[in-house]
Design a protein around this ligand. Structure first.
Ligand code: FMN
Length: 325
């Protein structure tokens, strides 16, 4: 069932407020192979706002995919074009987010009910860019949770030229659950995603949701082309290095050396006015399970937000770790 296509088998999920460019730079140091996704950017924000700032990323992040939110085909096409010109490797459409803000904008998970609308965006975007246009979705919404509903959605959107679907293996409940609850309350149904791959073998199917262990990843990869990891990659970023070893026999990096490398980046960004905390907040979980992890987190949490905090805060946090951690 494994795809022979030479694509990454791991991806880090789009996560608002978490996977910004500083986070992605850091995760890339841990995982040379993962496809990294941006936070969602709405097509409307790109149209009305400061597109250059919203799309900023570092060359080192490649391969990196831009996630867009929206459902107006022309706006989505223009946003995709912006993304391609900026250098992104893929454009992804968010058909999975259940927040109220997103529903009132007529995009996110509620779009599952209108596959024709998603297909229209895919067609317009495909006509505007050469890079792949992909879709991230759920297995259903509310009481529309049959396999046939999902199958019909995928078939319609695939016919418009989308060749890759990332499927969060739980449905979204649009009323009554917060986005956070929607990431844990509806039960996971992995076999449903496996079935999609069986029924659409020519599509690239990426499974997402609830993955926290390397053994789970090997199991899923027996059935689908790739996996996308969200919370586990952020909260315990070392997990990515374990996946790297398992899937690509990558060398194990040294945590302190990663921080040394990260400091060069941080110093550069500090010089251009980025506050220290905006970068160090992503590093808190690096030493999880290691001696000194708590002191590391604590030093950063208590000091990085202070006015004028500089690289010395990070150096001092490193000093709190035993030398061979
Ligand atoms: C803080 C946070 C922000 C998220 N923001 C987005 C987003 O912008 N776009 C999106 O498609 N999914 C978003 N998600 C959902 C994740 O991409 C992913 O589908 C979900 O967390 C399930 O994967 P996991 O169990 O591996 O975390 C977010 C999740 C979290 C925890």
């Amino acid at each position: 069932m494994k795809s022979s296509k030479n694509k990454s088998q791991i991806a880090v999920a789009p996560m608002m407020d978490w996977t910004d460019r500083h986070c992605r730079y850091f995760l890339r140091l841990l995982s040379p192979h993962a496809l990294l996704y941006t936070e969602m950017v709405t097509a409307a924000a790109l149209h009305h706002g400061d597109a250059a700032r919203l799309l900023q990323f570092n060359e080192e992040e490649h391969p990196v995919a831009l996630q867009l939110g929206g459902s107006d085909p022309q706006l989505m096409a223009a946003a995709a074009r912006h993304g391609e010109l900026q250098g992104y490797d893929e454009i992804n459409i968010n058909v999975g987010c259940p927040s109220d803000r997103v529903q009132s904008g007529q995009f996110g998970a509620c779009l599952m009910a209108d596959p024709g609308k998603v297909a229209a965006s895919v067609s317009a975007m495909r006509a505007a860019v050469r890079i792949p246009v992909t879709v991230k979705t759920r297995i259903g919404i509310d009481d529309r949770d049959s396999y046939e509903f999902l199958q019909e959605f995928i078939a319609t959107v695939a016919a418009a030229g989308c060749g890759t679907f990332i499927v969060h293996a739980r449905k979204a409940i649009l009323a009554g659950l917060s986005p956070k609850e929607n990431r844990s309350v509806p039960p996971l149904d992995y076999p449903r995603v496996y079935r999609l791959k069986r029924d659409f073998p020519h599509l690239t199917i990426v499974l997402n949701g609830g993955i926290t262990k390397t053994a789970e990843v090997s199991e899923h990869l027996q059935h689908v082309d790739a996996v996308m990891i969200g919370r586990q990659a952020y909260q315990d970023p070392w997990f990515l290095t374990e996946l790297e070893q398992m899937l690509y026999a990558s060398a194990v990096p040294d945590r302190q050396a990663v921080i040394e490398e990260m400091s060069v980046y941080i110093e550069r960004e500090l010089a251009s006015g980025v506050p220290l905390k905006q970068m160090t907040r992503h590093l808190l979980g690096l030493f999880n399970g290691q001696p000194g992890a708590r002191a590391w987190r604590r030093h950063l949490s208590e000091n990085a937000h202070r006015a004028g905090a500089g690289i010395d805060v990070l150096r001092a946090a490193l000093q709190r770790l035993p030398k061979a951690a």
